[in-house]
Design a protein around this ligand. Structure first.
Ligand SMILES: *Cc1c(COP(=O)(O)O)cnc(C)c1O
Length: 391
């Protein structure tokens, strides 16, 4: 079955009890046991609920894994996965990792005796050199945020497997439509389903898929034991979003490609980061390991003043912290996702005061281009020199 069909018919397309065309929301915390000698599949909703189960089965099928898990947020999913590890364990983590993940690793896990080395995972030699005898996992995010650096997933998995180390991939930016890390050798895939999978800026959710049953059993123990489960209403919203994942991404990726090429030619734009551009450093690896380049790109207009002028003038996109929705979303990494990072560290990573991230939505691309054209023209007008905030 091809991916588009799998989205609709891969698993749990129809309610097995009534034939309903969408899985019912089982708004129940507990389940009557008809015969205490023969326990039901479901007993208590933290441990399992048919609505959540349907979503968990669906994502497992789409990622090509054995077990799926739905959590209260992307961060609940990520934190729960890190609870697989114990004091004395060491993790190798991509240096461009999501800010919330960085915070959990450095502020929480560090207190529990779990050590982390942050490395540039696009450099396989650096990854190999950072593996210690106590290393238990390598944690990746590719393409990374916001400069879209590409890590060779299969290359990292080969290094990890040779050392008996797990590979964990945050696949939020690509979704299983474009990239399936388990097929490339990874052990665990994580999503913030708040982004492309939910797809409508109306739900916060996290998903995890394990390749092997045994790792799935360990994670189930943590999901049930820690309890950061996704509520049934939100499970239903995520399943609803999932049905149109391919159609949404086809349109927004096509739009992103066109916008990236247009920005790349624009005299007022200093640099564009999009893996779909042939000049992007990770272009070839991305083509090899993914079937698409996604809907997120970043571009540099040169200064904070110009960013301010651009954001003041732009009409259509939301200016917000998030991505992966039906509407286009602009964000300002220097003051939003990467505000906590020291300026020199930020600049070293290309996250300058002039960098803008764009998650492209489903608007007519010509309307977006016209809007960006007039907003860039506003950047070009003489700027006031005072330092200004961003709305
Ligand atoms: C948003 C995001 C997260 C965190 O997910 P939440 O649903 O906001 O908790 C993790 N990883 C990536 C790549 C993200 O974009």
């Amino acid at each position: 079955m091809n991916f588009a069909t799998k989205l609709l018919h891969g698993s749990n397309a129809i309610d097995g009890v009534t034939g309903a065309s969408s899985i019912p929301i089982y708004q129940a915390s507990t389940f009557h046991q008809f015969d205490i000698d023969q326990p039901n599949t479901f007993d208590y909703a933290r441990s399992g609920n048919p609505t959540r189960q349907a979503l968990e089965d669906a994502i497992a099928v789409l990622e090509g894994g054995t077990r799926g898990f739905a959590f209260a947020s992307g961060m609940a999913a990520i934190s729960s996965v890190f609870m697989l590890f114990s004091a004395g364990d060491h993790l190798v983590v991509a240096e461009d990792v999501y800010g919330g993940t960085y915070r959990f690793l450095t502020k929480v896990l560090s207190r529990m005796g779990i050590e982390v080395t942050f490395v540039d995972t696009t450099d396989l030699k650096a990854v190999e050199a950072s593996i210690l005898p106590t290393t238990r996992a390598i944690y990746l995010e590719t393409p990374s945020n916001p400069t879209l650096k590409v890590t060779d997933i299969a290359g990292v998995c080969r290094l990890a497997q040779a050392q008996g180390v797990l590979t964990i991939v945050d696949n939020t930016f690509m979704t299983p439509y474009y990239q399936r890390p388990l097929e490339l050798g990874a052990d665990i895939v994580i999503h913030s389903a708040t982004k492309f999978i939910g797809g409508h800026s109306d739900v916060v959710a996290g998903l995890v898929v394990t390749k092997e049953e045994e790792l799935g059993n360990q994670l189930y123990m943590i999901q049930n034991g820690f309890g950061a489960i996704l509520g049934v209403q939100d499970c239903w919203l995520v399943m609803r979003g999932l049905k149109t994942l391919k159609s949404r991404l086809d349109v927004s990726t096509k739009n992103a490609h066109k916008i990236a090429q247009w920005l790349d030619r624009h005299p007022l734009v200093e640099k564009v980061y999009y893996t779909g551009l042939t000049g992007h450093e990770g272009h070839a690896i991305q083509n090899r390991q993914s079937s698409g380049h996604g809907a997120v790109l970043s571009f540099d207009v040169g200064s904070r003043e110009k960013v301010k002028a651009f954001f003041d003038a732009v009409q259509l996109p939301l200016v917000a912290v998030s991505l992966g929705s039906v509407e286009s979303i602009l964000s300002y990494p220097a003051m939003m996702s990467h505000a906590a990072m020291p300026q020199d560290e930020r600049e070293k990573r290309g996250i300058t005061d002039g960098l803008i991230r764009l998650s492209v939505g489903l608007e007519d691309v010509n309307d977006l281009l016209a809007d960006f054209e007039q907003a860039l023209a506003a950047c070009a007008r003489p700027q006031t020199l005072k330092r200004v905030g961003v709305k």
